[in-house]
Design a protein around this ligand. Sequence first.
Ligand SMILES: Cc1ncc(C[n+]2csc(CCOP(=O)(O)OP(=O)(O)O)c2C)c(N)n1
Ligand code: SF4
Ligand SMILES: [Mg+2]
Length: 299
Amino acid sequence: MAKKERPIQGAPTARDFKGDVNPDWCPGCGDFGVLNALQNAYAKIGRGNHDHLTVSGIGCSSNLPGFINTYGMHTLHGRSLAVATGAKLANHDLNVVVTGGDGDGYGIGGNHFIHTMRKNIDLLYIVMNNETYGLTIGQASPTTVIGEKTKSTPFGNIETPLNPVAMAIVSGATYVARAFSSEGKHLAELMYNGMQHKGFAFIDVISPCITWKDKGEFKIFDHWKERVNFLEDHDTSDKAAALEQAVKDGHETQLGLFYHDTSRPSLDQMEPVLENGPMAHQPLGVTPEQGSAIIQRMM
Ligand SMILES: Cc1ncc(C[n+]2csc(CCOP(=O)(O)OP(=O)(O)O)c2C)c(N)n1
Ligand code: SF4
Ligand SMILES: [Mg+2]
């Protein structure tokens, strides 16, 4: 169940989605901006706490469901999309949002990332991309840039970073965007539209880790603030144009909606088993006694 029985009076506000536990992130972490934007986006949807599920993997960013008042699940490292897929197909009335980090989603969970997009599962996936394994004290991740010295790359990173936005466009995601945690309004709008989108919606969020990325005079927030720019004059329905934007020089700094395909149905819309409504609301086909016996056997 959602963490707190707190009936919403009137239209929901961001405050209604605030969890009981305060975030344990380092003061100044980019993830605060993402949490705030997500609370605003949930409120704007206008449904109650119990109509949403927030699922995560493992990492600093993956602690997010603990700080938000919806149904929540903190799963295994890299396995959030698999769990969220199961939840969505069991009850496709739920608005299912998946949150996590670049290590969680693009590293250990990379295979799930590709296949969830290919299947166009109706989820919103928000990756707080800080280009590091923050929780395990700053090793290189799949998005760490070439040459960067980290705990695991003391002579400088020699591996080419992957391009999550380009990967999402070619793998079958039907809503693909990039945002910056300091651009809260823009991020909340992308989240809200991503929740409304029927199909796999993906937002790669630049969410800086001040603890492992600030080095002496170098301040990671200033680095990004000076570089980010918004996509302009771009046709989001044109897949080739979206890919062109996603691979061109300086693509990492571009914010906005790259690609939006409203023509492809999501998996739950095509699945014949779900035609009669969410499975979670249908009779189980076993008596209560049989159900208890099954549960007992599993205990
Ligand atoms: C199977 C498994 N392997 C490794 C770990 C250790 N581990 C925990 S979090 C993490 C990386 C997290 O990085 P990211 O997803 O980018 O999150 P961040 O902390 O940067 O927000 C790793 C390697 C684990 N918990 N489980
Ligand atoms: S270590 Fe980095 S990612 Fe983790 S909470 Fe601190 S600033 Fe955020
Ligand atoms: Mg990370």
